[in-house]
Write a protein that binds this ligand. Sequence first.
Ligand SMILES: [Zn+2]
Length: 314
Amino acid sequence: MRYINAILFTSFLFSASQVFADLTFPMHPQQVAPDIYALITPTRNLPNPENKGWNSNSAFVVTNSGVLLFDTGSSSAIGESIKKVIAQITDQPVRWIINSHAHGDHWLGNAVFKDTVEAIYATEQVKTKIIEDGQGWVNRFMQMTEGATGQSEILVPKNIIDQRTTIRFGDREGVLFLSGNSHSPGDILMWLEDEKVLISGDVIYSDRMPSTLDADLRQWVLLLGELNALQPKVVIPGHGKVTDIQGVMRLKTLLQSFWDAVKKGYDEGQSDFEMVGDVTAALAQFEPHYPGLEEKVKRDISGVFLQVEAASFQ
Ligand SMILES: [Zn+2]
């Protein structure tokens, strides 16, 4: 009996390594609850030649009549890889897609699923941005990755979410809700109540400094506080490893501290570039959890400064 198990185990290992050996992107689905999987990229960087643009996470839910895919990656090539990985787990096709927001690393894989997908959900803001700047994202990622992301076909989401909405997919249901434009205009998140799994898109970064370029920082902090009420058991973030409510609260503290440090400099009459050193120093304690912090602070500080300035006139 022990011998048979050993043979079975060995052949399982062999087939598993065969399955993933030929993939351009070595994706290993992480099951976080029954039929719910996270696809977590190992990189903590922006798209570059080394990661070939696979810098963001996706998630999928297998049902009795199709698969729901949350975010589709930075290119058709990444979408193809996601499709192959899903096919290792189920024969069901991808029938439903969620585009969490308009940044190109979350939707440029859409077109790979055009033969089977019945609905692609996003907000109106995200749909409009994809129509207006979709090709811009393709070009930017091509530049950043030295061509690795290729010429992805653009497939625009048509199923508009404009308020908290329960969607049915196969034998399951989930809640899509708006972030209030916290990380970027028109972000949506997905809540799977039965398993207490939150699929957040870029509203949560668990171990990389978030981009706040398009953010409404005060609203973001507010939203993260509200997520506490859900008490998710599992959070699949847009970037970084699978986390939980502690990861959400840590991010809230980081973003609040970013705001407070810029506000302090503003109140002392400093300009945005004058306060970079002080702000970075104030946030240094977060650097071990959020690599790239200094670089992102330097890049994003003027946007936060403008928000602090605007808030002071309210
Ligand atoms: Zn992203």
